[in-house]
Ligand binder design. Structure first.
Ligand SMILES: [Zn+2]
Length: 268
């Protein structure tokens, strides 16, 4: 009797205890560790012309690109105070790269030389549109970007020829991309110092044959630089192929995507 009671007690205990034992097992991870995501500063301070319609779109979409891809998180530098706090040499140690999204003019970087050294030490610089219309009086910055904004004419339809069909920024764009945007022309660039990604073979407004680079990439020491002149218009930002172009450039500059494989897939 006593034995049966003990058994009954054990059985009653076991009926509750088994699921508890099961729950005590360590849970299996179902998602990749968040630590893989890089940290990106999106800089939108302007001291010259301000692209007030496309900058908010850029800020929102870059954050969405990072969240959807899981590749990076973003923080913003929108004011001089943000720049002083987040872009001094000590604060930059918390980040893996920067996006200059249509910055203009002489930005109040706390230490311009230290910033360039930070890039060359292995970090990412992504320049969009007016990033080349920034620091005209600071040649080392322009040399790091790879070219300097010279002028632009009226907005126009252009056919961007894909120079590198294997690069993450352009491998999904097919052989050429038709786009309506404000098209920059450059000075102080040397094709030997960058890898062309998108280019025009004729003047964007008068059609004169020539060499008009639109997007490129380059190594700066151990760092990587990606620049695209496109992105003046908010509706350019809204197009999936452009987002794929920018995201591919960001991920390449962050050393997250080194693949240079041919693809026949075009961006949706
Ligand atoms: Zn513009």
């Amino acid at each position: 009797m006593e034995f049966r009671l003990r058994c009954a007690s054990f059985a009653a205990f076991a009926s509750v205890a088994v699921p508890l034992f099961a729950f005590s097992a360590p849970p299996k991870p179902t998602v990749a560790p968040k630590s893989a995501a890089k940290r990106l500063l999106v800089v939108t301070v302007t001291k010259g012309f301000r692209h007030s319609d496309s900058i908010p779109v850029a800020e929102k979409l870059i954050a969405e690109m990072g969240a959807k891809s899981g590749a990076f998180t973003v923080d913003y530098v929108r004011t001089d105070a943000d720049m002083a706090a987040k872009m001094n040499p000590e604060a930059l140690k918390a980040y893996d790269g920067v996006v200059f999204a249509s910055t203009t003019g002489d930005l109040p970087l706390p230490d311009r030389d230290a910033f360039l050294k930070w890039v060359a030490d292995g970090h990412a610089f992504i320049g969009v549109h007016a990033a080349s219309d920034t620091f005209h009086g600071f040649k080392p910055y322009l040399e790091m970007v790879g070219g300097e904004f010279k002028t632009h004419g009226p907005q126009s339809w252009v056919t961007c020829r894909v120079e590198d069909k294997t690069h993450p920024a352009t491998r999904n764009l097919g052989g050429a991309r038709l786009v309506y945007d404000e098209i920059y022309q450059f000075k102080n660039y040397d094709r030997a110092r960058f890898q062309g990604l998108l280019t025009l073979d004729r003047h964007p407004n008068d059609g004169t044959p020539g060499d008009y680079p639109i997007a490129w990439c380059r190594n700066e020491g151990k760092g990587r630089v990606f620049y695209t002149a496109l992105g003046h218009r908010p509706d350019v930002w809204s197009q999936s192929w452009y987002q794929a172009h920018v995201l591919g450039g960001i991920r390449w500059a962050l050393h997250q995507d080194n693949a240079r494989t041919n693809s026949t897939t075009t961006a949706r």
